[in-house]
Design a protein around this ligand. Structure first.
Ligand SMILES: Cc1cc2nc3c(=O)[nH]c(=O)nc-3n(C[C@H](O)[C@H](O)[C@H](O)COP(=O)(O)OP(=O)(O)OC[C@H]3O[C@@H](n4cnc5c(N)ncnc54)[C@H](O)[C@@H]3O)c2cc1C
Length: 443
């Protein structure tokens, strides 16, 4: 069995894992060893129909990491957005809210990009700057014998490990990792045994690492699924995004480069399964009933996929020498297109606390460092998760009373320019305690 020691092992090479790897490697250079392990690395993502709204803050991060240039050709700026609220068979869809899409002059509030382009660009950047990429799963982890180790070190330096508020002080002169007992031990599916000072779990919503670390989640599944597909249409969308609130849930038309749009179409679970299994012609008819004809005829329809929807937040974002990021830590309803953007905020915050610690010669996996990360991200995540859940409950129903209430609310927001501006900046990820990378600053 091959054995390796690394500073940070990242389980998962999706958006979150690869972005974290690139950020750490760029800030800390080759002397700080970062490995990403994911069985899907190197495999084609050609069948991934999903596209994501990358908000301004996330674009600043990708620009700072030198990834944006590689995808800017494929990224469609969202220039404005309209929100409607109607029944499925209403002849007219009154517009209740409009957003002009700039957060700063010349800076759109978001771009739409197909997931496969962005993941490929991140993997290429990680490879170019020397991140170790392993096409293997993290299949087993053994936590560090931390308490025993702390206690014995405490005895060595003559303090009590329980009462010392700064475990880092005990570790500043740690020797480099050297085999069993130092850090988390992770077994990869290719047979490699890795010892790491920090294991970052970026292994998605069903995170095995989260489960192995015994971290429970709060949340629920929705009786809704999202049908995702890409359509080609006769007319130019002009960079306009549309969110049509229908009784079964939001139907979003999100502009892609060319006369194409990404569709995220929420339906009750059983109905979504039924619709997606329809023959092409019948599926087209259902789609057109919601899409309408203002962008001309729908001339192509890509592969259709159904994604069951849920909401959860991990009870803790950290365990001993483990940090959760991205969907491993939280999953929210796609109604506001914020799931990945929240994951990137985790990544930017975690990278910042690790880099700050490493530059001071501190242990990047210590409790002090990880608690700083958790304080930064967990409350913000819970707030956003609850807001998104509330939005979905408010809009995905057939109640005329609620409909009236929300339409008055939307109309109000539409008429107050400062409130609208705040909404746009919030949606663009530029409000609150924003990590450096999301402000466009190097670590
Ligand atoms: C319909 C829909 C539309 C959405 N639209 C948007 C949007 O517009 N904007 C937005 O911000 N977000 C959006 N989201 C959310 C966004 O897609 C996710 O938040 C994002 O993809 C999560 O990225 P991640 O890297 O955390 O996880 P993932 O992309 O799930 O990556 C996890 C990776 O971990 C790997 N893995 C799994 N197990 C292991 C293991 N044991 N060892 C090693 N590797 C492992 C997997 O192979 C995978 O590559 C949407 C979600 C849905 C369902």
């Amino acid at each position: 069995m091959t054995r390796e020691n690394v500073d940070v092992l990242i389980a998962g090479g999706g958006f979150a894992g690869l972005t974290l790897a690139v950020a750490l490697r760029q800030a800390l250079g080759p002397s700080f060893a970062v490995t990403v392990a994911d069985p899907a690395l190197g495999k084609s993502h050609a069948d991934d129909e999903r596209a994501s709204a990358i908000v301004a803050a996330a674009r600043r991060l990708f620009e700072t990491l030198g990834v944006w240039d590689a995808v800017s050709e494929q990224a469609q700026p969202i220039l404005d957005m309209v929100v409607t609220d109607s029944r499925l068979d209403d002849a007219m869809r009154p517009v209740f809210l409009t957003f002009a899409g700039e957060v700063e002059p010349g800076e759109p509030f978001a771009h739409m990009i197909e997931n496969r382009f962005l993941v490929a660009a991140l993997a290429a950047k990680a490879k170019e700057i020397g991140v170790e990429l392993r096409s293997a799963a993290v299949s087993d982890i053994t936590p560090p014998p931390e308490r025993g180790r702390l206690a014995s070190e405490a005895r060595r330096v003559g303090v009590s490990a329980r009462t010392d508020p700064s475990p880092d002080r005990l570790r500043r002169s740690d020797p480099p990792l050297s085999g069993e007992g130092a850090g988390v031990r992770a077994l990869l599916s290719d047979g490699t045994e890795v010892f790491t000072r920090l294991l970052a779990a970026a292994d998605g919503a069903r995170s095995q690492i989260r489960q192995s670390a015994g971290i429970a989640t709060h949340g629920w599944t929705y009786d809704q699924s999202a049908i995702v597909t890409t359509v080609g249409h006769g007319r130019d969308h002009g960079g306009r995004a549309e969110e049509h609130f229908l009784p079964a849930g939001p139907f979003a038309i999100l502009p892609l480069k060319g006369n194409r749009s990404s569709i995220v179409w929420t339906e009750a679970k059983g109905e979504a399964e039924r619709i997606v299994a329809l023959p092409d012609e019948a599926f087209h008819a259902e789609l057109e009933q919601r899409f309408k004809l203002h962008l001309g005829e729908i001339n192509t329809v890509g592969a259709r996929r159904v994604h069951p929807l849920g909401f959860f937040v991990a009870r803790a974002f950290i365990a001993e020498r483990i940090a959760l990021v991205g969907d491993a830590a939280h999953v929210i309803h796609p109604i506001a297109g914020q799931g990945l953007n929240m994951g990137l905020k985790d990544v930017a915050a975690l990278a910042e606390v690790i880099v700050d610690a490493a530059r001071l010669g501190l242990d990047p996996g210590s409790a002090t460092v990880l608690e700083r990360y958790q304080r930064w991200r967990r409350f913000d995540t819970v707030t956003m998760g609850i807001a998104t859940d509330g939005l979905n409950r408010l809009f995905s129903n057939r109640s005329d009373v609620l409909r009236l209430a929300r339409d008055v609310g939307l109309g109000l927001v539409d008429r107050v320019p400062n409130l609208k501006r705040l909404f746009i900046r919030e949606a663009a990820g530029l409000v609150g305690d924003v990590p450096k990378l999301l402000r466009g600053e190097m670590l």
